[in-house]
Design a protein around this ligand. Structure first.
Ligand code: HPA
Ligand code: ZN
Length: 335
């Protein structure tokens, strides 16, 4: 295991499923609350961590939206994003494709530009300081309406040089991908890449909708695909990547136990699966913690760990030449 821990640490990796707001550590939550004069309902960092005991996705989302209430200024979004980049640089992450949830801030009176400027300045500075390259993905909150998603897309339109793709997150059950078919078609027309959370708590039918109605380029989570062999065959034939998040699945009770996570089965069935942290400050681990936990729970071999790291670059929205450079770096490390 020591060898595998060292291998995980040494491998260059891309993180493809990360909500910036979910990287808000309790320490920073306190610091920003103080800086902004926001009153928290917790008295200490320990109290916040103790509250992170979830039985499903909605339980988590309630605290996630509450926690991000301390993010008000451009400097707050900058600090949040920069801290995440610094942390994953230590895990040997070379490239990130990160989500942000503008609607959750705009409904608190924070402007779209405040959020975007803070996030993008930190992404640029992080690339300069740590060499971590990036793409930014703007998510639509699926519990809100199609009309509100269209409104967000039109607000974002003048800024599309800074946004690479759109995603779909928040409460999955009762909000199928079909609800956003038209707004995703419009995003595609605008030249954006398309991803969507599907099959985290929702059934295989939601993954089918993401494939066939939204025409997504990548699936976030996708756990439910393991329940439908025809769907798995379709995902394989389209060479779609699944951005899986094992510690998140465990903490949100999507899987009863890490040993039951479908990741290894999908990997062994030839699906391009990747390992990611989702909301690391809420789920108890960054990317290497996720690799390590799943390696132990599912008995992954060194070759399988290397394959997961390779998949992270293959599934990234990077030009072929850049992907190949990272894959060559992995080859040098894994021989
Ligand atoms: N699922 C859906 N929405 C989210 C998540 C998640 O795991 N994290 C942040 N928003
Ligand atoms: Zn997610």
């Amino acid at each position: 295991m020591t060898d595998l821990t060292a291998l995980i640490a040494a491998l260059p990796k891309a993180e493809l499923h990360l909500h910036l707001e979910g990287s808000l550590e309790p320490e920073m939550m306190f610091a920003l609350a103080k800086r902004n004069g926001v009153k928290l309902k917790y008295g200490s960092v320990e109290e916040i961590r103790a509250a992170y005991d979830f039985s499903n996705l909605q339980d988590f989302l309630d605290l996630y939206y509450q926690g991000m209430g301390v993010l008000l200024t451009e400097a707050d979004f900058y600090d949040l994003t920069f801290a995440y980049l610094k942390r994953v640089h230590a895990d040997n992450v070379k490239h990130v494709e990160v989500f942000f949830d503008p609607q959750a801030h705009m409904e608190r009176g924070v402007s779209f530009e405040t959020v975007l400027n803070g996030v993008t300045s930190a992404l640029k500075d992080g690339e300069g300081e740590f060499g971590v390259t990036y793409k930014l993905i703007m998510c639509f909150l699926r519990h809100l309406s199609e009309e509100e998603a269209f409104e967000l897309l039109s607000i974002a339109e003048p800024h599309l040089s800074q946004i690479y793709g759109v995603g779909l997150d928040s409460s999955e059950l009762g909000h199928p991908p079909s609800k956003f078919q038209r707004v995703f078609a419009k995003a595609r027309e605008l030249g954006l890449k398309l991803v969507a959370h599907a099959g985290e708590e929702g059934p295989p039918e939601y993954v089918w909708e993401a494939l066939n109605l939204l025409n997504i380029d990548r699936i976030d989570h996708g756990n439910a695909s393991a329940l439908d062999d025809t769907l798995l065959a379709e995902i394989k034939s389209r060479e779609l990547t699944l951005t899986m998040c094992p510690l998140s699945n465990q903490r949100l009770c999507v899987t009863e136990d890490l040993t039951e996570n479908p990741l290894a089965r999908l990997l062994r069935a030839g699906v391009r699966v990747t390992v990611n942290s989702d909301d690391p400050s809420y789920f108890g681990g960054y990317i290497n913690d996720n690799y390590l936990a799943i390696t132990k729970a599912l008995n992954l071999s060194a070759d399988e760990i290397v394959e997961l790291a390779r998949n992270s670059f293959k599934g990234a929205f990077l030009p072929e030449a850049e992907k190949n450079a990272y894959l060559a770096e992995i080859d040098r490390i894994s021989v």
